[in-house]
Design a protein around this ligand. Sequence first.
Ligand SMILES: *[C@@H]1O[C@H](CO)[C@@H](O)[C@H](O)[C@H]1NC(C)=O
Length: 393
Amino acid sequence: MNGIFIIMASIVSLAVAQQSPVLIIPGTGGNRLEARLDKSEVPHFYCSKKADWYDLWLDVKQLLPGAIDCWCENIKLLYDAETSTFSNNKGVETRVPCYGDVCGIEYLDPSLKIGDSAYFHDIIQAFADKGYVRGENIVSAPYDFRYSAHSNKDDYVNATMTLAEDLYEKTGQKVLWVSHSMGGLWSHYILSKADQAWKDKYIEAWVPVAPAYGGTANEMKLFASGNNEGIPGVSGKTVREEQRSYESNFWLLPSLYLWDENEVLVTTPSRSYTSKDFADFFVDIGFPDGKQIYEAMKNEVYGLEDPGLPTFVRYGVGQETPASYEYTKAGDWDNGLKQTNEDGDGTVNRRSLEAGLAMKWENADHKAFDGEDHTSVLKNKDLIAELLELANA
Ligand SMILES: *[C@@H]1O[C@H](CO)[C@@H](O)[C@H](O)[C@H]1NC(C)=O
């Protein structure tokens, strides 16, 4: 009897030992961000001037009409054109909780266990059901999603490579690296900084889910008009300044590799703008700092070279996705907007999801899930089954 138990136990531990640890790189807005306030000015009497550490993202109550004005002031970045650097607004401190664990990505609003708030829950739970332990062999690298790789805030590239190395040392197995959305840009950037020997040693495979590799056309509207992201009772204009202030939104501009100079992204009664015209576009929408920010980044962070490791790109398609915008009233970026759509996952254009095909990446496998959108794909049962299989879970 005992003998059988010992044999069984050793089979079980052998199986467990072969499981790849999982490292998750979330998308923009895909992890919690905490703030502490000590402000002298607020936009309304009902906005807090002082607060101890609290969830600045995500707490859906803070996005309600009225409350969102306080939130915008607390989360927006300031840009200093003299030094070309970003910082928090005055009187605001921020920090990213749960680095090296999954508590920042499983539920974005910890009080809301459903819908998009349950961001990575299904995937994490599927691994937990196979014996994975949160914060041990399934972890994530959350980040301050207002910044791009250009600022590399909190030394994110190094920290995340170190996290992957630690996972490998701890488990003796190569890491299954999973990303979502803008996490795909971060992953691509980090992997482009790693040499081949590092990738071969530490990484089993990379699964970019819904990668926004080459950006999205809807960034044009976000910068010009603001994008209310479907929040009821909130206008684009309310969030425009806040959205313009994120360095990461520049990272998500349509890529020059995927949108050529003949393809119009925005038209107005007086001119049109293609991917070659971003500098003019920022000036014309009344945001000259945008030109400077874009020009500082443009030769550095938009590369689409072969990531050089087994890559399994997974994404939704068959959703109407913004392709271009027509502003019908001269000089008015708030009214009279017409949108043209193309295929994609509802947020990211198909060509961006499939940049690896256009760029002829050698070791990349692409699979589209018809009918899934940018976030629903994370809950797709076939995707989750494939992740478990890739990790040998
Ligand atoms: C991260 O930075 C530390 C300190 O500079 C260095 O020792 C380490 O090798 C770096 N790690 C990686 C993966 O580059």
